[in-house]
Write a protein that binds this ligand. Sequence first.
Ligand code: LLP
Length: 422
Amino acid sequence: MDHFLYRNGVLHAEDVPIADIAATVGTPFYVYSTATLTRHFTLFDEALNFADHLVCFAMKSASNQAILKVLANAGAGMDVVSGGEYLRAKAAGVRGDKIVFSGVGKTADEMRLALEGGIRQFNVESEPEMIVLDQVAQSLGVIAPITVRVNPDVDAKTHAKIATGKSENKFGIPISRAREVYAMAASLPGLKVIGIDVHIGSQLTDLAPFEAAYRKVAELTEQLRADGHEIKRLDLGGGLGIPYARSNEAPPLPTDYGALIERTVGHLGCEIEIEPGRLISGNAGLMVSKVIYVKSGEDRDFLILDGAMNDLIRPAMYEAWHDIVPVVEPAPGAEPAKYDIVGPICESGDTFAKGREMPAVGPDDLVAFRSAGAYGAVMSSEYNSRPLIPEVLVDGDQFAVIRPRPTYEEMIARDTVPKWLD
Ligand code: LLP
């Protein structure tokens, strides 16, 4: 459920008409709903009430300071994967002991940053990383709390580019080698083992792969405890999918997911941590764009928008579906049209949808891409020298620009020309 609904024939973000925002900030832009962000976070939080827990928002999905503040105010921790994300979380006021550091290639500098600023735990993904973390921690005279990310070799049944839990993926250490890796961790004086981490992929629409992975984690917890390790925290990753097409069957809800966690690992008495990104931010954001032209091709019509693959890359990168709807609700019984929906960028990959049936629209009409709050703005670029598009946050009847659109001058001024070219 989200808070982007038609009212009086016009799409609203909570109580604000989308057209009002477009008139203020121009198009294209991203708009987020505070109520939706909070609601989705709260669903996860309540689903884990059976145990001590922390929901750490995977801020790779959406990392604007204002979004982080909304979630932090609701009680969220953060899952970060770079020094930049760590500092963004801190800048939004998140305490170090609510920040988890994930990622397969943490550098010594990033480790130092987090150890100095405070960290809940590092999710370590390899032995070489463990050795470097141990050295960095010792050089600072501190002890780094860690989990080891295990790769359970489970097929997440999602798009190949976002599956992470198979043995062929670069993530984690094979679960079959976990005991020897934990033994090594325990021997390093700069590290303190506190738990286990697992994350098998993103946009999972079925609970079965989670169940398979979590059962393996439960078994491993018992083995590691028998080996003498203190396993008090389980980080179960993110990955629960969202309904990108309203017409499809909805994926499982956070409540179903929470019940699954309780069923598979609840008996272990561990503190539970999860790292959802998409389910919190995905349906909390739209990308709004304007029709520039409707161009008739030989056998099809092209809807040419002012938004492009640099603004929302998911369709080009993952063949992802986003519902695309007109901002002005079509009259009942209006004829549907069929378009290839494209942006102005000079490559054929700049296609949002092919042969998409939707209500007919024309030049200057606004359209909204639903489910664009996750992996939208954060994956955008300035390809074709198109300045990054603004982000707007709505709360009830108020809205604010939370990242302005750079001017062309600002964009160009970021380059510097060496003296010898003058
Ligand atoms: N934890 C870890 C260790 C992750 O690698 C990820 C996502 C998450 C949590 C959050 O997963 P979520 O709950 O958002 O599914 N750009 C792609 C998605 C990449 C996901 C990468 N890792 C997309 O647009 O679909």
